[in-house]
Design a protein around this ligand. Sequence first.
Ligand code: ADP
Ligand code: MG
Length: 253
Amino acid sequence: MMKAEYRNIHAALGGREILKGISLQVPEGGMTGIIGPNGCGKSTFVKTTFGICPYQQGEILVDGIPVKQLGRKKLAARVGYVGQDAGTVFNFSVYEVVAMAVNLRRSGKTAVIRKVLSDLHILHLEERGIQTLSGGERKMVFLARAIVQGVDFIILDEPTNHLDISRQLFLLDYLKRSGKTVLVVLHDLRLAAHYCDRLYLMRDGEAVCSGTPLEVLTEENVKRVFGVSGQAIYSDEEGGDFCLHMKARQTAH
Ligand code: ADP
Ligand code: MG
């Protein structure tokens, strides 16, 4: 069963074609990763889901329903979003930012919100202004908001940016354990290899290949797209997980 399906998405920004016909499938319950070099269109792509970036051609389905048919409210009830540069215009408190995800007039939500903040180790920040937080802390707040929203599908754009290694692992473990469907843009190929069930490798507005980390992160693909040598291998020592071995040596494109 597919949680989301993107069919042949074309998008142009400022007169330039940014997405050149991307198709991508997000299986229910799994963690699907998008990787690719800076500027290849990853953020633009995930933003099309919510209409934050318009697309000129193609179709996006969530739970089998075209998002254009769902409309904003119903879409927000099905999909959470943690953007790359999570911020707000106003300096709301952490608690308020998270509470915006739910109906404030409904009572009994305080305990739910505080439980999620506590689970994500940010309860001590609840009264702080969102704009006073570090980038990493802010990411956790927006993740909390998506969790409180009660959705079973979350899209995250480089959620591990600004997080130290312990919090990077915590966040991805948390998502994995949550059983939610996750579509995540990841910068770190090692994390992508380790956590994602399936990967889409993007280059210049196109998905050049997709499959398991082992299928996608071959030496040839990594060299072709990133210009460094490395490949995913299966390691028994790590409990049968995939891990990426990389020599961060630049090679000619
Ligand atoms: P990624 O997330 O993969 O780093 P982005 O999706 O942010 O890449 O950007 C893809 C390309 O689209 C980049 O070349 C970027 O400069 C361009 N771009 C992004 N937003 C806009 C915009 N609003 N207007 C014009 N070009 C844009
Ligand atoms: Mg981006």
